[in-house]
Design a protein around this ligand. Sequence first.
Ligand code: G
Ligand code: G
Ligand code: MN
Ligand code: NA
Length: 256
Amino acid sequence: LKMESELRRALQNGEFELYYQPQMEVSSGKIVGMEALIRWMHPTRGIVPPREFIPVAEESGLIVPIGEWVIMEACRQNKKWQDEQLLHVPVSVNLSVRQFLQPSLKEKIANMLEITGLAPEYLDLEITESMTMDVDFATTNLLELKNLGVQISIDDFGTGYSSLSYLKKFPIDKLKIDYSFVRDIMSDPNDAAIVATIISMAHHLHLEVIAEGVETKEQLTFLDRNRCNHIQGYWFSPPVNSVQIEELLHSRRSEV
Ligand code: G
Ligand code: G
Ligand code: MN
Ligand code: NA
């Protein structure tokens, strides 16, 4: 209960901040996206990572207003980067189950795109397989969201209990291969086979595919050989704040 009231206060006091992790195109080395990841800048405890407060926010329903703040802030920041000619790529936000179940989600997102002036194709909604269990509901919901013009990605792909049948029904753009498969591709032939197969399946379904949690040059080489489109991970950059992203963009610009 204490954390719940603290989260309420945090939202009112503007204690949340978005960090961004760049996504890189394997073939070109270019930045092709950013994932927004929330952090709580706690006045006494310092930076609180999402795994320590998202579950409480989910439980209490506070994830809905917090999640709305995330979408609004990500859209605002992305539009600002575009206006400053710094970056023209989609920003990805993580949707929670509760947000996904809200009947007003579509209107809210439309409204936030309108207010910020961000073109819809520059917003990418990450959903997890757990949101696809009710296939009919998810299909309707995703079609409505897709009709706004936003992009839709499946996060943590391969870790859920859902069947693959949804892949042909849903209007999705991208699969994000979960970190747990990518981690051991150089040492575990089973993981290597799974990752190679997910990439191949994604291409056959005309979906883009991104590998998460890429930490080494060897993993990158493996993913390149298997024609993975994009990577995200410490090898390129950890999630960092918007000022650090701007420094990264300025330094890359002066390189070229
Ligand atoms: O860096 P990392 O510790 O940022 O994130 C840990 C987990 O928290 C990830 O599974 C991520 O999806 C989740 N997460 C990060 N930001 C958000 C957010 O804005 N909303 C939701 N629902 N989950 C988030
Ligand atoms: O939303 P999702 O569950 O995909 O959140 C991504 C999580 O993975 C975040 O907690 C982020 O900090 C973390 N992460 C990003 N890159 C790496 C990496 O290269 N290695 C590891 N171990 N974790 C990473
Ligand atoms: Mn994610
Ligand atoms: Na993930």
